[in-house]
Write a protein that binds this ligand. Structure first.
Ligand SMILES: NC(=O)c1ccc[n+]([C@@H]2O[C@H](COP(=O)([O-])OP(=O)(O)OC[C@H]3O[C@@H](n4cnc5c(N)ncnc54)[C@H](O)[C@@H]3O)[C@@H](O)[C@H]2O)c1
Length: 341
């Protein structure tokens, strides 16, 4: 496999992957319509690396079918913010689900393969919320539960989570019907350089940015104590995994993997604040917003057992590395980044 198209390729994951795979001698193109603010910044980096971007809306089937032929499409295109899916239902459905359908039609036409970036948000809100006694989490959570490919997926999970799970199922249907080879990575939180975090998506980079700029933040939901827990996979670890998956795709395919920082790299918001204070040497005001969004979850830690056994891969970087590397990127580019955060 030589020619790769990365959809959502000017996003956080897409840009990191594009540059990484180009450095490994693949021919990489990206597709992105700059829907996300920071994507214009990332586009300049792609251009510097001589990576061509097609400014196409993923919902435009005609334009997608007219793109050159690729051996592999890595589908990283989505509206990735869970909260946005409450209000912008049509856009989220079209981008996340119709977008995947269009990519599958292109893959069918070209007889190529797909690697799909899915999410831990395919698991039902109820199962995640049932892990804690009530919505006022006063103390540090000390849970043992790790989520894997076999965990229950039945039940409301957010419209975002629905579109990603529906995309997973669509990929399986196309694979069954048209013999398309696929890999689905169901990822926990991903973070690192080139991520333009917002309160509801990309919280680690937002935390680093706010600490560096001495701006106020809020602990939102679950009583406003900041005790929610997430694992956070460093983007470098994800890139390394995808490279192995590409190399082995002819032999290992048609599988779903849960992929995340797991116990190597996880944090609560309170712990993240301490790490940011240490690394940026700044202390900021953090407010409390007690109300919990209907789409929020208190906890997520990934079980990497299957992906580890299959590829002999596990995360090498921890949450300190994620914060340190994000800090370094922001520190070196602060002035240029202001208008994108
Ligand atoms: N970042 C995470 O923590 C995380 C976790 C799990 C899964 N994922 C998945 O990984 C993938 C990449 O996420 P990300 O963090 O890089 O998100 P991102 O928002 O940084 O990147 C998505 C890119 O898609 C582009 N895009 C959006 N709508 C488009 C459209 N209609 N047509 C063309 N381009 C469009 C945006 O401009 C953006 O550059 C997504 O599929 C997301 O669901 C991300």
């Amino acid at each position: 496999m030589k020619n790769i198209l990365i959809t959502g390729g000017c996003g956080f994951v897409g840009t990191n992957l594009a540059i990484f795979l180009k450095s490994k001698k693949f021919v990489v193109n990206t597709l992105d319509n700059f829907n996300r603010k920071g994507s214009r910044y990332n586009y300049k980096i792609l251009k510097d690396n001589k990576i061509k971007n097609f400014n196409i809306d993923i919902t435009n089937l005609k334009k997608i079918l007219n793109l050159p032929k690729y051996d592999l499409i890595i589908d990283c295109c989505a509206e990735a913010a869970v909260e946005v899916s409450k209000n912008e239902i049509d856009r989220v459905f079209n981008t996340n689900l119709v977008g995947t359908l269009n990519i599958l039609k292109k893959i069918r036409k070209d007889k190529s393969k797909i690697i799909f970036l899915s999410t831990s948000r395919v698991y039902p809100l109820k199962d995640l919320n049932n892990l804690v006694k009530n919505k006022n989490i006063k103390k540090k959570l000390n849970l043992k539960k790790k989520f894997n490919e076999r965990d229950n997926i039945q039940g409301p999970k957010s419209l975002y989570g629905f579109t990603k799970l529906a995309s997973e199922m669509l990929i399986e249907e196309f694979s069954f019907l048209f013999k398309i080879k696929f890999i689905i990575n169901r990822c926990g939180v991903l973070s690192g350089p080139l991520q333009f975090g917002k309160q509801d998506q990309g919280f680690v980079s937002l935390w680093v940015w706010k600490h560096m700029n001495k701006e106020k933040l809020d602990y939102i939901g679950y009583g406003g104590h900041g005790n929610q827990v997430r694992d956070v996979l460093h983007i470098k670890d994800l890139c390394n995994l995808i490279l192995i998956q590409i190399k082995k795709m002819n032999k290992i395919n048609n599988k779903i993997f849960t992929v995340g920082g797991s116990l190597k790299s996880y944090t609560s918001l309170v712990e993240l604040t301490k790490i940011c204070q240490k690394i940026t040497k700044n202390k900021i005001l953090i407010g409390k917003s007690k109300t919990t969004s209907i789409y929020d979850i208190p906890y997520f830690i990934t079980d990497n057992k299957l992906v580890k056994k299959t590829y002999n891969w596990s995360p090498k970087k921890n949450i300190y590395d994620v914060v340190k590397d994000t800090y370094k990127w922001i520190f070196q580019n602060k002035k240029k980044l202001i208008k994108y955060f």
